[in-house]
Design a protein around this ligand. Structure first.
Ligand code: NAD
Length: 262
């Protein structure tokens, strides 16, 4: 993608992202930094201390990091306050953090169930609530982008996972379907405040999964391949830029056609 197109759009914008250490989040951060945004990553650890800075810099193209468990309201409120104290504004929130579990449905524990709900739904709720409070005070457009999943739209075909022990569990699908509704709800609820809320729903991203799984997955995908994190950036930039200024409450599925059915 030609990032130069987006330099005017994002240069100097303050982007808060959750789960930015992950496979998708790190690509989103890199892309925003490439176009001059000021990015603040809320995650559970700071793995690359040489590259990652504590929140201190307003300069463009610098990644800032705040240790924040998004399931903890106090930590979220305090992290958002830190961003406001240092950077004075939040233009864009990307709710990217998400987890799953891989045990069979019959063995699902309440602790596993709660952990997925807590990150994928409660965490998204808490960061959105805290950021929306600030965005309303700013009296300028605010943008929220949620990360859903194609499995919030369609039901996983367990056969493609074989007997690997890895699967796509019901609780992940439940929370991602919830993200869709949360997005639409907030899109409508916040339209009067000039805050747009949209979602991208990725398909499976290649991450050195087992060969048989990748083959099965590719066969079921009209575009015959798994996704890469950079396949998502066009959608991220579209939904968080003025190109989508009349779009809210929507969801773009980016999955090479996987959910079109087979
Ligand atoms: P990932 O596992 O690589 O990264 C998730 C990140 O979230 C990690 O850095 C983790 O530390 C962080 N995180 C987890 N719990 C947290 C908490 N309580 N507080 C703060 N941070 C927390 O995941 P990913 O593959 O980059 O996925 C990103 C998003 O995209 C998720 O919402 C996921 O559900 C969604 N998604 C991923 C895929 C895929 O195939 N990778 C497909 C569809 C949707």
């Amino acid at each position: 993608m030609n990032n130069k197109l987006f330099k005017d759009e994002f240069s100097g914008k303050v982007v808060v992202i959750t789960g930015g250490n992950g496979q998708i989040g790190s690509e989103i951060i890199k892309s925003y930094l490439d176009v001059g945004a000021v990015v603040v990553n809320f995650d559970l650890s700071n793995p690359n201390s040489m590259e990652w800075q504590s929140l201190s810099s307003k300069s463009k193209g610098v990644q800032n990091f705040i240790l924040c468990d998004i399931t903890n309201k106090q930590e979220v409120v305090s992290a958002i306050n830190d961003v406001m104290l240092t950077l004075s504004t939040i233009d864009i929130l990307v709710n990217c953090a998400g987890i799953s579990v891989f045990t069979p449905f019959e063995e699902r524990t309440v602790e596993e169930f709660d952990s997925v709900v807590n990150v994928n739904m409660k965490g998204m709720f808490l960061t959105s609530q805290a950021v929306i409070g600030q965005m309303k005070k700013q009296k300028k457009e605010g943008i929220i982008l949620n990360l859903g999943s194609m499995y919030g739209h369609s039901i996983a075909d367990q056969r493609i996972y074989g007997d690997s022990g890895r699967n796509s569990p019901e609780i992940y699908a439940m929370t991602k379907a919830g993200v869709n509704h949360f997005t639409s709800y907030l899109g409508r609820y916040l339209a009067k405040d000039g805050i747009r809320v949209n979602c991208i729903s990725p398909g499976g991203i290649f991450d050195n999964q087992a060969e048989f799984f990748v083959k099965n997955y590719e066969y079921k995908t009209p575009m015959s391949r798994m996704g890469n994190p950079d396949d998502l950036i066009g959608g991220v930039f579209y939904l968080t830029s003025s190109m989508s200024e009349y779009v809210t409450g929507q969801n773009i599925i980016i999955d090479g056609g996987f959910t079109l059915g087979s």
